[in-house]
Design a protein around this ligand. Structure first.
Ligand SMILES: C[S@@+](CC[C@H](N)C(=O)[O-])C[C@H]1O[C@@H](n2cnc3c(N)ncnc32)[C@H](O)[C@@H]1O
Length: 229
């Protein structure tokens, strides 16, 4: 997702005062910190990675220290809100495996969201039928993802109402994928002595080939905003 789309997404949410936001797999906390800078919210971010949680806490202190954000290092599947607490907004962007799949994620977030609140999920989708060789090489199955319409439908089938979808375009995908190539190169230029460099280069070469041969034309990415009835 481009910076411009992320900004549009944050503006669209237009969160009222004292909104409580939950972000499962919050990564480096950009979404929560950005929302806290923009709106009078409080929030909880959960991520399995101690490195991400450290970055979240640092970012929180640097950019919005006066706001009530908590970051918890934990498997998202094990997170339990304080007894009876329901969030106004619950999201999980790009980590649906935590709750098994897209439907499982929607179900889990719905349970933690108050009636009338928002459930937000970021999930890839097939642009077209995936090539068998693509699935095999990238260790995916046909069921790893589904079509864009199905990502919406699975939410609607459980009573959520889809309000908005934010879909990436080729430029967004290229930016996301190729920045990783650049980051690897950058790292190796700065750390030529690192013994992991060869492995890193081989991994990147493999992923580059998979993306260029199949991924770029087969897979896309969307963020889905649902209203919990
Ligand atoms: C693709 S990133 C998405 C991060 C963030 N939501 C974003 O959009 O920038 C996936 C994140 O999921 C976290 N993660 C992976 N497995 C997890 C789990 N079982 N519980 C919580 N977080 C997990 C990773 O540490 C990583 O930060």
């Amino acid at each position: 997702m481009s910076e411009e789309k992320f900004e549009r997404f944050c503006n669209l949410l237009n969160l009222p005062r004292e909104t409580r936001v939950l972000d499962i797999a919050c990564g480096k906390g950009e979404a929560l910190v950005r929302l806290a800078e923009k709106y009078d919210i409080s929030g909880v971010g959960v991520d399995l990675s101690p490195f991400c949680i450290n970055d979240c806490r640092k970012k929180h202190q640097e950019r919005a220290p006066e706001t009530d954000l908590k970051f918890i290092e934990l498997d998202g599947a094990k997170y339990q809100p304080a007894s009876g607490e329901l969030f106004d907004v619950a999201m999980c962007v790009g980590a649906s495996w935590i709750f098994e799949d897209h439907a499982g994620t929607l179900r889990a977030l719905k349970r933690m969201t108050r009636p009338g609140g928002l459930v937000i999920v970021g999930e890839p989708f097939w642009l077209k039928e995936p090539d068998a060789e693509y699935l095999e090489t990238s260790k995916m199955t046909h069921d790893s993802f589904r079509l864009h319409a199905k990502n919406v439908l699975q939410g609607e089938e459980m009573g959520l109402s889809c309000l908005y979808t934010l879909v990436s375009n080729k430029d967004d995908w290229d930016h996301y994928e190729t920045l990783q190539w650049w980051a690897v190169d950058n790292y190796i230029q700065l750390h030529p002595e690192d013994l992991d460099n060869q492995e890193l280069l081989e991994k990147t070469k493999n992923e580059k080939e998979i993306y260029l041969k199949w991924g770029r034309d087969t897979l896309n990415w969307g963020i889905y905003i649902f209203r919990n009835p």
